[in-house]
Design a protein around this ligand. Structure first.
Ligand SMILES: *Cc1c(COP(=O)(O)O)cnc(C)c1O
Length: 391
């Protein structure tokens, strides 16, 4: 029989064909605890003869079916869902790292991930070494006998740099260090990092996986063996999801392939439009030949996603803000990946309290705009940006 392709998996993977009461959708199991019929029944569970639910903090059926679906999409043995993308990062790193260990990561990354490592893991004696994104020599030089994990995003936010994952995984393997890729911006539609030998894949499911700007969740994917301790630790940390939230995520995932096709298309078309526009100084989008990561992105990714960063020619922060304010379709908000297009000025949204030196170091300029393309009509979005740029 033909192996199910992505859209079929989005709709069906992880779900029992016949569910309780013949329900076509997964019922929402609002249970904090799960009952045993008798002591014999309990003993079968305790002895490991039967796999089933026990207590809500260790998992629930809604979570299990979403995990199985995401594992299928990411082509991994195992997926563990968390209460947020940050909870997933914290859950993995708190499981895998101990006092005296070190991690090395590429410096373009989600600012809260950086903050957690540099500020909070440090309190537990874990050393974080940051090296320039894509500089593999610097990464190798930063590795020593205490190094336990190499961390990167791909593509990165907001510069959309794409990492050569074959090389990244090879550096890890050669040094016997595990590797983690935050592939939130890529999604399993555009990229499956474990196919290149990466150990762990992380997603903020808040973004493209949920896809509707209506839930917060995160997920870590990898092998059963490497994630066994991570799942146990989640049961202790308790950074889990409610069954209702998991129902929403499962529903969002049904249309994942369709949404990604439109968001990839909107991303590329808008990036091309912006690059040709006289008011635009520079566009960061890995699908454009002008992007430094274009060659590796083209070789590694099926599409380039819906996130675009661009700068406005000869504009100060206020003139840039005026363009953001003139856009009528995209809404001003943080986040990305949902069906509604979102627009923001990184200077104001995420880096307002940084010093000018820090912003310079993170590559955030006053005239920078980040747009997350939703699934709206492509021509409508182009016309709207045109009027905003010339208003
Ligand atoms: C949003 C985001 C996160 C954090 O995820 P939450 O679900 O908001 O906790 C981590 N990494 C990247 C790349 C993100 O975009």
């Amino acid at each position: 029989m033909r192996k199910a392709d992505l859209s079929t998996q989005c709709v069906h993977a992880g779900e029992a064909r016949q569910k309780d009461a013949g329900s076509i959708t997964t019922p929402v199991y609002t249970a904090a605890t799960f009952t045993f019929e008798s002591t014999d029944d309990l003993l079968r569970f305790v002895n490991g003869e039967e796999q089933r639910e026990e207590y809500g903090r260790y998992g629930n059926p809604n979570e299990k079916s979403v995990e199985a679906k995401i594992a299928a999409l990411e082509r991994c043995e195992e997926a563990i869902v968390y209460g947020s993308g940050m909870a997933a990062i914290v859950g993995l790193l708190m499981t895998k790292l101990s006092s005296g260990d070190e991690i090395v990561f590429f410096d373009q990354c989600y600012h809260r991930s950086r903050e957690f490592c540099a500020k909070h893991l440090a309190r537990f004696g874990v050393v974080t070494r940051q090296v320039k994104t894509g500089d593999f020599e610097a990464m190798e030089a930063a590795i020593n006998e205490n190094t336990k994990m190499l961390v990167s995003e791909s593509p990165t936010n907001p510069h959309l740099s794409v990492i050569d994952l074959e090389r990244f995984a090879a550096v890890g393997k050669a040094n016997e260090v595990e590797t983690l890729i935050d592939a939130t911006l890529a999604t399993p539609y555009n990229l499956n990092p474990t196919e290149y030998g990466v150990d762990y894949v992380l997603h903020s499911a808040t973004k493209y996986l949920g896809g509707h700007n209506d839930l917060i969740a995160g997920v870590i994917c990898g092998s059963k063996e490497q994630l066994e301790s991570v799942r146990k630790m989640r049961g202790i940390l308790g950074n889990i999801n409610s069954p209702h939230n998991m129902y929403l995520l499962e529903r969002g995932l049904k249309t994942f392939e369709l949404r990604m096709q439109r968001q990839n298309e909107n991303g590329l078309r808008l990036a091309q439009f912006l690059e040709a526009h006289p008011r635009v100084e520079r566009v960061y989008y890995p699908g454009l030949e002008s992007h430094p990561s274009h060659a590796i992105a083209k070789a590694q990714m099926k599409g380039f996603g819906g996130l675009i960063t661009f700068t406005i020619r000869d504009a100060d922060w206020k003139q840039t803000a005026n363009i953001v304010d003139a856009a009528r379709i995209p809404r001003i908000a943080p986040s990305l990946g949902g069906v509604e297009s979102l627009i923001e000025q990184p200077l104001v949204m995420s880096y307002f309290h940084c010093t000018p030196e820090e912003r310079e170091r993170f590559g955030i300029s006053d005239n920078m705009i980040r747009m997350s393309c939703g699934i709206e009509n492509t021509e409508d979005l182009i016309a709207d940006l045109e009027q905003a740029l010339t208003a």
